[in-house]
Write a protein that binds this ligand. Sequence first.
Ligand SMILES: NC(=O)c1ccc[n+]([C@@H]2O[C@H](COP(=O)([O-])OP(=O)(O)OC[C@H]3O[C@@H](n4cnc5c(N)ncnc54)[C@H](O)[C@@H]3O)[C@@H](O)[C@H]2O)c1
Ligand SMILES: O=P(O)(O)OC[C@H](O)CO
Length: 333
Amino acid sequence: MSGYQSIGVIGGGAWGTALAETAAKAGRDVILWCVEPEVAKSINSDRENSVFLPGVRLSESIRATNQIADLADCDAILAVAPAQHMRPVLKAFAPHCREATPVLLCSKGIERGTLKLMTDVLDEEIPSAIPAVLSGPSFAIDVAKGLPTAVTLATRHKSLGTALMNAIGTPRFRPYWSGDLIGAEIGGSVKNVLAIACGISEGKGLGKSAHAALIARGFAEMTRLAVAMGAERETLSGLCGLGDLVLTCSSTQSRNMSCGVALGEGRALADIMGERKAVTEGVATAPAVVELSHRAGVRMPICEAIAAILSGDVSVDDAMEMLLNRPFTVEGE
Ligand SMILES: NC(=O)c1ccc[n+]([C@@H]2O[C@H](COP(=O)([O-])OP(=O)(O)OC[C@H]3O[C@@H](n4cnc5c(N)ncnc54)[C@H](O)[C@@H]3O)[C@@H](O)[C@H]2O)c1
Ligand SMILES: O=P(O)(O)OC[C@H](O)CO
């Protein structure tokens, strides 16, 4: 039995809705805040998020709202707004948040401009909240349908982690505890940039060998940055690092991967983004990752190439040539 009976979810996109459903299946009462009135209406009247997660019938114990103040009495909060919207959303919730409320950050990205991780943003906007991070290989539709999934749930103190795992975990949605919040955040953020790289490789028809090389060398980049920022190396070998990298780089179900495929096929970024309602976190996170790598003094050539392609500074073909013509080097460095 969890001490957290009422769960507030901030963000009614695909992931917020899937997590709300998981928490409901775990026996919790859930209030789901959505910015769009039509999303709240669809959930409350039709038991479906027809905008962001169509085709999944949602449990009766989920109530949707457009009023963020309605989450004030929740025992724990899941923050699932896209990374670039997280700050204003937390700012709006701050006056309603009780002291020492656990806030489980479930979004995967780094704030552009400030280079802040989501835990930093939470600390600045709601300093009294207790931070936690959820990250790992998990497509919203798989989780919402109850397909088996395992994720990393990171907290500073294991007792809080255990309580949160009991609050939202089910046999089909298995959280594994970690004490490494930074590792979980960096893993989830960098894998999105690398998924764009793998998508480009696929879109250009570079073959499965290149795909595997991108995953392995991308994993080295992710680990270098995370360790330089204070993470444990082992965290990146787990669900929130390698696990999520493999998932996101292997399926065009991923918004980041499919964005890369379209870029590799020669489409313009503006056209790809223009026809999507769903968030593609790697696009805003790529330049932030590159800036962080410069600050930390670590090499991330694949992420640099992706950021340069996304900014329009370099063509896909030129970026590929630059990567392939780098000097030969030692694998472990
Ligand atoms: N979808 C998944 O499979 C999945 C899985 C794990 C993690 N995530 C992460 O969850 C986060 C949310 O992604 P998603 O898939 O739920 O989103 P989504 O693509 O389904 O929907 C977009 C979301 O952005 C919100 N939004 C748009 N404009 C906004 C604004 N001005 N202020 C606040 N919110 C605004 C919408 O309300 C909606 O919730 C991302 O960081 C993503 O990386 C997603
Ligand atoms: O669709 P994506 O690329 O945002 O990926 C979704 C999840 O992060 C996969 O774990």
